[in-house]
Write a protein that binds this ligand. Structure first.
Ligand SMILES: NC(=O)c1ccc[n+]([C@@H]2O[C@H](COP(=O)([O-])OP(=O)(O)OC[C@H]3O[C@@H](n4cnc5c(N)ncnc54)[C@H](OP(=O)(O)O)[C@@H]3O)[C@@H](O)[C@H]2O)c1
Length: 263
């Protein structure tokens, strides 16, 4: 299948590592130019060089904290100045801190909304004018399976990410006449640094080995294993492509069957 991504221009949030990095690499492998961002500029530069070396595609690295509106504006303006516009926006940020109701203060809720909801809104506000001018585009928001089935102990993720779903569904309807398609993707448990850290914490807490902690995490996954970042990125690359021209307003999980709900 020819995905029609050659020479498309993409911006991928939070992309020096993990899911964002895998998506940026996947888009570049299909011929799209990519702008990547993260807070740590050294790690970001290393990732940009890796993607360039693997694909021969131009990669622009713009150090950015996506929770900061002025930095979001700078990211999008820099990408537009460099490449002439943007066709694809992948919204991604770090995860909010773990915790239950009794562990969290009012500022924790504000911070999570700023990181996971407002970053998405601000990035969309910045890219829609250029997408309209180019006759269409794709916006893909990374959330979590927590939007389909709240995860115990992750109050902030369960709270802030569902706001993204309401925003995106409304935006999908409003931007359909502009041929800007908006969808959400939900990782289940996909092997990245974040999952490695989580397994290390759980191993320490339960006095078990790292491998035992990982095995416990797979217990509820029908496919019996943790996913690979490339398996997750494949869906995002497809949704970003010309072949996904009749899909908008959806929320799709990549979770090995973990979510137990019907939809
Ligand atoms: N992996 C999973 O199974 C899974 C499951 C459900 C949800 N998620 C969510 O998916 C997202 C990505 O997860 P991941 O597993 O890829 O994490 P990861 O491997 O820890 O990578 C996180 C990336 O985000 C960047 N980042 C973090 N905060 C940022 C900020 N404020 N502004 C810009 N970049 C930022 C990090 O670089 P810097 O630190 O240098 O900024 C890094 O490049 C997170 O929101 C996570 O909660 C992941």
């Amino acid at each position: 299948m020819n995905l029609g991504l050659t020479d498309k221009i993409a911006v991928v949030g939070a992309s020096s590592k993990g899911l964002g990095r895998a998506i940026a690499l996947g888009l570049a492998q299909e011929g799209a130019t990519v702008t990547i961002c993260a807070r740590n500029s050294d790690a970001l530069a290393t990732t940009a060089a890796d993607i360039r070396n693997q694909t021969g595609i131009e990669v622009l690295a713009v150090p950015t904290d996506v929770s900061q509106p002025a930095q979001v504006e700078n990211l999008i303006n820099t990408a537009i100045t460099h490449f002439g516009g943007i066709d694809i926006l992948v919204n991604n940020a770090g995860g909010p801190r773990a915790g239950r109701f009794d562990d969290l203060g009012a500022q924790d809720y504000q911070d999570a909304v700023q990181l996971n909801l407002m970053s998405t809104i601000n990035l969309c506000r910045a890219v829609v004018p250029t997408m309209r001018a180019r006759g269409g585009g794709r916006i893909i928001n990374l959330t979590s399976v927590s939007v389909k089935q709240p995860v115990n102990g992750l109050m902030l993720s369960n709270m802030a990410r569902t706001g993204v779903i309401g925003f995106a569904k409304t935006l999908a309807t409003e931007l359909a006449p502009d041929k800007i398609l908006v969808n959400n993707v939900c990782p289940g448990i996909i092997f990245t640094d974040r999952i490695q850290q989580l397994a290390t914490v759980r191993a320490d807490e339960a006095s078990i080995t790292f491998d035992e902690a990982l095995a416990n995490m797979t217990a509820d996954i029908p496919l019996g294993r943790i996913g690979d970042a490339e398996e997750f990125a494949n869906l995002v690359v497809f949704l970003a492509s010309e072949r996904a021209s009749y899909i908008t307003g959806t929320t799709i999980q990549v979770d090995g069957g973990m979510v137990k709900g019907l939809l």
